[in-house]
Write a protein that binds this ligand. Structure first.
Ligand code: 16G
Length: 244
């Protein structure tokens, strides 16, 4: 499988070989892969070359290293399309995963100027601040903080927010959730993320802000979320824009 006469760099050939094994399920999430020495001996290549291939797969998030123990196959990322406006609960159920939430707090606070501006309400107006760890099959995926005007929505209890907020607002309150604006930025895991998501401080994370609106244009929620960079991949479908 390694062809030393090929113009394709050897590290790249090894990288492709390991990738094929991952795709074929020969190497599964949690499996340890052979050591650098083992690869080097089996294919009669240098350890430096093996390291280069493995580093590249670690950087892509397909493998991860555990200090003093070895290199392992990472869990598959959750691929999330960015076409439709859906809830975490819906997204997980669609994938056959069980969604749960761990409620950190639910309180009514006075809107600060940023929250008031985003929700088109006055500063110091009452807003629900709901902070939840969102889990898929018991594994923490994201830390979400929702701000929802308490004048617009009421009845957000611990029981309600421990399940689906969207389901409550649509099915119980009859609100027409229509569209949202979402932005995604990369950030490093903070001490809080380390604590709640069990991710090492400094690891790459995705910071997402969603502003959701009702059909009549009223801002419904401002959501600040931190998603695990090692477990999430967002997909976008694009159509070619032609110059006029
Ligand atoms: C998603 C949304 C969040 C929304 C939540 C409702 C992002 C990136 N995602 O997690 O804005 O509040 O779904 O979920 O912001 P729920 O209905 O399961 O409570």
């Amino acid at each position: 499988m390694i062809d030393k006469t090929s113009p394709i760099p050897i590290y790249y050939q090894l990288e492709s070989y390991i990738k094929n094994q991952l795709n074929a399920g020969i190497l599964k999430p949690g499996d340890s892969i052979p050591s650098e020495r083992e690869y080097a001996e089996s294919y009669e290549i240098s350890r430096m070359t093996v390291r280069q291939a493995i580093n590249s797969l670690v950087n892509e998030g397909l493998l991860y290293r555990r200090k003093g123990s070895g290199t392992y196959v990472a869990e598959k990322k959750i691929e999330q399309p960015l076409q439709g406006l859906t809830s975490f609960t819906e997204d997980m159920i669609k994938r056959g995963l069980t969604p749960t939430s761990h409620l950190i707090h639910l309180k009514i606070v006075q809107a600060n100027s940023f929250v008031a501006g985003e929700l088109h309400i006055s500063e110091a107006d009452p807003v629900y601040e709901i902070k939840r760890i969102r889990l898929a099959d018991g594994e923490p995926m994201a830390l979400e903080t929702n701000y929802i005007s308490a004048h617009l929505v009421n009845g957000l209890t611990k029981e309600v927010v421990s399940a689906s907020i969207y389901a409550y607002m649509e099915q119980e309150l009859g609100l027409l959730i229509a569209h949202a604006h979402q932005s995604i930025e990369s950030v490093k895991a903070s001490a809080e993320d380390e604590n709640f998501l069990k991710i090492k401080r400094g690891h790459p994370m995705l910071y997402i802000q969603r502003n959701t609106y009702l059909q009549d244009g009223t801002p419904l929620e401002l959501v600040k979320s931190i998603y695990r960079g090692d477990r999430y991949k967002f997909n976008i479908q694009m159509n070619r824009l032609r110059q006029q």
